[in-house]
Design a protein around this ligand. Sequence first.
Ligand code: MRU
Length: 339
Amino acid sequence: MLNPISYKDNKIIILDQTKIPNDETYIEIDSIQRLYEAIKKLQIRGAPLLGIAAAYGIRLSSVLNINKNTDDYKKSLLKDIVLLKSSRPTAVNLFNVLDNTENIIKSHDDKFRIHESLVALAVHEEDKSMCDRIADNGVTLIKENAKILTHCNTGVLATGGIGTALGIIYRSFWEGKNPNVYVGETRPLLQGARLTAFELASEGINVHVLPDSARAYIMKDKNIDIVITGADRIAMNGDTANKIGTFDTAINAKYFNIPFYIAAPTSTFDKNASDMSDIPIEQRAPEELYKIGYQGLIKTKTDFINPAFDITPNELITGIITEKGIILPPYEKNIPDYI
Ligand code: MRU
């Protein structure tokens, strides 16, 4: 399996996901500015993986600044935290990790003690193990020969392990359940067609890519059994931000009475968000839209709207599969027992 991120010799090594599936190119990151740019360009992406990148980023920042006096060392690290927080607004994993590192920096006076604590952070290992436990819990929902619909990419390329929704799919395949997986191409950046199809096909899993706009048709035509997607941020009432297109997938699933599940580690919950109104949605550059087949329109006054995420209201979600178990409605009451 691919390794989307590692930390070696005081460098962060990332797989450039903008080049998948055509090339497997690794980039060595040796500054926080470069990490910030890689996150913005989606060379590294996926909510849990962004949390891991943030943890390695602050570890790198500590190495780069350790020869400064303690005051300047702390100031430099806090400045890098601010920069990384400004990269992408929706995936809360990044913010949860950076808030934690900020607390470590502010609560100690000795720079070497801070450095040790930052090096000891095990965000990557913890995420890997959470993926395995999400798969343990989620696979119980998958029947033999299941037709599973998913969206975007939630696998090895989005996490520190086998993935969230895709981790469940991998596990069901390894257990001999013979899943068939249907994934929307995920316009405009094609995470479904480029990344999910690549991951699943490489493992020998039957994967079918469809236009995002074909989801309702496919749900009916193929008799989809279950929908499972990932999450970028989950509010305390269960409202869930995920890749644009997830909300209308959930509405379609409801229409056809297909169970719609979110799979996510508890690090994707935002304790400060009581509902969807507290979740910021990233708006991305219009070029991402019109560079795919619309070049002619750029000369007109056409407006392009490019939200990267949408929010699925809790009433459309059958359950939230976490490493601690499957959370069922009513979410306001049940989520606090799990996080
Ligand atoms: O813009 P991206 O590619 O970072 O969006 C990723 C998603 O929306 C994923 O579904 C989500 O981060 C969950 S990854 C386990």
